[in-house]
Ligand binder design. Structure first.
Ligand code: ACO
Length: 331
């Protein structure tokens, strides 16, 4: 689906993020599987990633991110109407991590649910949150994107182990006087689902031996390089925006080669691209909000700037959104 954001203007008014303290280098992974720092760096651009402590679940990472996002928006948990958590690694299947977070934040009158759309989850959740606010159903929506992928990695499979990391980000969506969200393009292709899946995790098969991520790296690579470009171009055309007017490009952070390809094809100057895959690896639903937070810290996220975000991942799914940033961010 593709549409201009034609309703009440809605924007991001608060932003927070959190990664685990533990840094895992490529050399450390090379002690577990037959790989090397050189291979990982050259094929993926990843130098290190963060991994959660065994005692840390997604809600533990997301909670401080939510608190920071709420503080920046100047609201309290009890004022939140809806919590959406985009993730493929919730604390557990139920209760939802969104409900857990709503409780811990004191969001006692909020609706809360988790959303499963692989690494695209955060963009899907932004679209849902936008719709809730633009239609007047909710005044304040807390959108979380985060994953603890390290929990579902096979430590004997070098083709997936080296790619992923843990982290979470959160944003607050509210109505605004200014422009905010401009449009969304979202899609899914279930026919490609087995290219990236967790087969033993639900009602089809709940099985110890199939509880780890399985991926056809080459297929996902082909899909990713095509869809990052196509989704962004379709959205830009729909919104009648030139790529030259995009101030910040935030693609899903899966692999530096995929990002380089998309950046080149789209014609985005490299100083407008936000990169965190080198430090965090692929943090799945956390990748885009973590990159937003990086851009805030380095001073590139300023009111008036046009920000293009594109996610892609398991499903297979993809999604882009364009937002005119409205919030003054402390660098
Ligand atoms: N270390 C050393 N060698 C490795 C490793 C490793 N960690 N992983 C694979 N290899 C080997 C392979 O076994 C293969 O060996 P062979 O030629 O003897 O068979 C060789 O390296 C080349 O393998 P390729 O798969 O062709 O390597 P490629 O250059 O395609 O890189 C990679 C692999 C990094 C996985 C790449 O395909 C990729 O990034 N794919 C996309 C992955 C992705 O984005 N996933 C997440 C999507 S988002 C989400 O929803 C989670």
């Amino acid at each position: 689906m593709i549409a201009n954001a034609a309703g009440t203007p809605v924007s991001i008014t608060g932003l927070g993020c959190k990664v685990p303290d533990r840094i895992v280098t490529n050399d450390e992974l090379a002690k577990h599987v037959d790989t090397s720092d050189e291979w990982i760096l050259e094929r993926t651009g990843i130098r290190e990633r963060r991994m959660a402590d065994p005692s840390e679940a997604l809600s533990d990472l997301a909670l401080p991110a939510c608190r920071d996002a709420l503080a920046q928006a100047g609201i309290e948990g009890k004022e939140v109407d809806l919590v959406i958590v985009a993730t493929v690694t919730p604390d557990m299947m139920f209760p939802s991590t969104a409900a857990v977070l709503a409780d811990r934040l004191g969001a006692t009158t909020a609706a809360a649910y988790d959303l499963s759309a692989g690494c695209t989850g955060f963009v899907y959740a932004l679209a849902q949150g936008y719709g809730m606010v633009a239609s007047g159903v909710a005044a304040r929506v807390l959108v979380v994107g985060g994953d603890v992928l390290s929990r579902i990695l096979d430590w004997e499979d070098r083709s997936t182990l080296v790619l992923f990391g843990d982290g979470a980000g959160a944003v607050v969506l509210e109505a605004t006087q200014e422009e905010g969200f401009i449009g969304f393009e979202l899609g899914a292709d279930g026919a490609g689902g087995e290219s990236l899946w967790l087969p033993g995790s639900g009602s089809r098969l709940f099985d110890e031996s199939a509880k780890y991520v399985k991926m056809n790296g080459r297929e996902v690579f082909k899909f990713a390089t095509r869809i990052l470009v196509q989704s962004a171009e379709d959205l830009l055309a729909k919104c009648e925006v030139s790529i030259d007017d995009v101030d910040l490009y935030i693609p899903h952070q899966a692999n530096m080669r995929i990002i380089d390809h998309a950046t080149r094809k789209l014609g985005v100057p490299s100083d407008r691209v936000v990169i965190n895959v080198d430090r965090y690896g692929n943090t799945s639903s956390g990748s885009i909000p973590l990159a937003l937070a990086d851009a805030a810290v380095d001073g590139r996220l300023q009111p008036g700037r046009l920000v293009l975000m594109t996610g892609m991942g398991a499903g297979l799914t993809w999604g882009s959104t364009l937002i005119r940033w409205t919030k003054e961010m402390a660098a």
